[in-house]
Each structure stands twice: as C-alpha cells, then as structure tokens.
Design a protein around this ligand. Structure first.
Ligand code: NAP
Length: 288
C-alpha cells in the first residue's frame, strides 16, 4: 500500500508530530511539511531540526493547501484547534490526530466539524517516550509499533485507507477498532500505569525522609517510575479525557491493593507467592 502526500500540516510539532514528519520525510512520502503551534521558538527549532519546511502560528494559513492535517497537541487543546481550522477545511483534505484517548476527541470533532465530520479520521500511535518537544522527535519512533485507527461511520473507506497507508509507510502495524474499545484497553495498559507512577513518585517525594529514600533508589525504582518524568500537561489532559475508563480500572486495582494489604496483615506467604507467580508468568508471556 503506497502513500504520498504533497503537503502535510502538523499542528503540534513535538515528539509525536515531529517524529511522524521525520519518518514521512525519510520514507520519501511527503513533498512539504508545514508546522503550526503557539510558540515561534519551538517552531524555529523544529525547522532547524529538519522536521518542518516552514511554519505559521496562524492555523488558517498553516492548513492552506494541505492534503493531510495532523493534530498532535495535548488532548484538551484538540477542540480549540478543530474550531480554528474548521472554516478552512476544503473537500478532499483529511484531518487526523494522534490523541491518546479517542472518545473525547471524537466528541470534540462532532461538536465542531458539522458537515465536515467525515473528513476527520481518528488515530493513536502506541509509541512514545517520556520526553517531549521537537528535540525528542526521531524518525524511527513508529517502526514495528502499533497504531490504532478508530474510524467514524461518516468516514469514507478511501480516507481511512489513506490514513492507514500513511502509518504503514513509516513502519507501523495498523489495527482498526472502536473508540470505546480503544479507550477501555488503553486505560488499563497505558493510562493507569502512568497515573500510578506519577502518584508513587509524588507520594514518596512528599515524605519527610524523601532525600534519604531516593538516595537508595535502584534499578527497580528507576524502571517502575521512568514514565513519571512524562509531560504533566499531556497526562493531566489524558486523565481528564479518559476519566470514565480510568476510574473503572483504578477501582479494580484498589481492590487488589486491599487484598495485598490483607495478605500482609495475615502474613499469608502462600497468597503473596501465588500473586507474584501469576504476575511473573503473565509478564514473561508478554511480547513487546
Ligand atoms: P509534545 O512533544 O509536548 O508536543 C505537543 C505540541 O503541541 C508542541 O509542539 C506544542 O507547541 C503544541 N501545542 C500545545 N498546546 C497547543 C495548543 N493549544 N495549540 C497549538 N499547539 C499546541 O507532546 P507529544 O508527546 O508529541 O503529544 C502530542 C499528542 O500525542 C498528545 O495528544 C498525546 O496524548 C499524544 N500521544 C503522546 C504519546 C507520548 O508518549 N508522548 C504517545 C502517543 C500519543 P507550542 O508550545 O509551540 O504550542
């Protein structure tokens, strides 16, 4: 499935938008990349790094003549961006996004795009790092990584196929599913672990003896908490955007913590061993 776009407009040229731009360029799959964001200094930096060819902080100007517009801004900024670009969208332009939760951005698109809703094809690359901004972008980020596309009933098959082809041409493995299923699954595998890591580090950091505790932090602590270095704005937005699903999985996890507390109170080594054994077997069976 080959892909070429004469002009892609990337709104939010940070880690994810910047990496896609670099990957499309490396694949020879794009003629020109136009960057857009709020901050000129960030856009200059993205241009210096070869991520974008030119930029505008005016969204109406930036999307002019693009055949694909990629929204790669924090979740709660999506609606404002959609409002600004809506009047400029011409027939044939595809708008797609990389937001980490899908139902909220789809609700935004439904509220804003009117009869242009069919031009919006929602997607989410399951790839990233704890870093952000254009300096963190790299062309290989999506190689062999999953991208989930959550098509709307209003989308044409051709537009969905074009978004799928774009991600495949940068090496991603693409799957389609409903936005509801996406949000349910990602709440468990991505959103909950991030919120737990943030909460653990925050909780320990606020203890009186935190300096002493962190002095002895070793590999296990580093592995478990790496993602707590992620961008707080992005994660605040994801937490709010997918709050319903996150609350369900958090409630289940709270029950498990209570059971753990009970096993410790009861000095129930057998229960602890069985829990750890089940987890070890499950973890060893995972393929990343
Ligand atoms: P990032 O590196 O911080 O980049 C975000 C970009 O959005 C920045 O270039 C910022 O530039 C711009 N921006 C922020 N607010 C804006 C606004 N109101 N209007 C216009 N531009 C705005 O973040 P990222 O990690 O690439 O994340 C972008 C999206 O990808 C998020 O929706 C996130 O949920 C999703 N995602 C992230 C990951 C991950 O691991 N990081 C993985 C998958 C999906 P200015 O400051 O110049 O405006």
């Amino acid at each position: 499935m080959s892909f070429f776009s004469a002009r892609v407009c990337i709104i939010g040229s940070g880690l994810i938008g910047g990496s896609l731009a670099l990957a499309l360029k490396k694949a020879g799959a794009v003629g020109e990349v136009i960057g857009c964001g709020r901050n000129e200094a960030t856009l200059h930096r993205a241009q210096d790094l070869g991520i974008i060819d030119r930029f505008s902080t005016d969204m109406t100007q930036a999307v002019q003549g693009a055949d694909i517009v990629l929204l790669s801004v924090p979740m709660l900024a999506m609606r404002g961006v959609l409002e600004q670009i809506q009047p400029t969208l011409q027939p044939g332009m595809i708008v797609t996004d990389v937001g980490s939760a899908k139902q909220s951005v789809i609700a935004d698109a439904k509220a804003v795009l009117g009869d242009k809703l069919g031009q919006f094809v929602p997607a989410h690359p399951i790839a990233g790092t704890e870093k952000s901004g254009p300096d963190a972008a790299f062309a290989e980020l999506f190689a062999q990584r999953r991208v989930i596309v959550t098509p709307l009933a209003e989308n044409s098959e051709a537009d969905v196929a074009r978004v799928v082809a774009m991600w495949k041409c940068v090496g991603a493995v693409v799957e389609c599913m409903s936005a509801e299923h996406h949000d349910h699954v990602l709440a468990a595998t991505s959103h909950l672990p991030h919120l737990l890591a943030f909460t653990l580090v925050d909780s320990l950091a606020r203890m009186d003896e935190s300096h002493e505790i962190f002095r002895y932090a070793a590999g296990g602590f580093r592995d478990f908490t790496r993602i707590a270095a992620s961008d707080p704005t992005m994660w605040r937005d994801i937490a709010l955007a997918n709050a319903f699903e996150i609350k369900q999985v958090l409630k289940r996890y709270q029950g498990e913590l209570e059971a753990l507390q009970h096993d410790l109170d009861a000095q129930d080594g057998q229960a602890l061993f069985e829990r750890f054994q089940r987890a070890q077997a499950a973890r060893e069976g995972l393929k990343f």
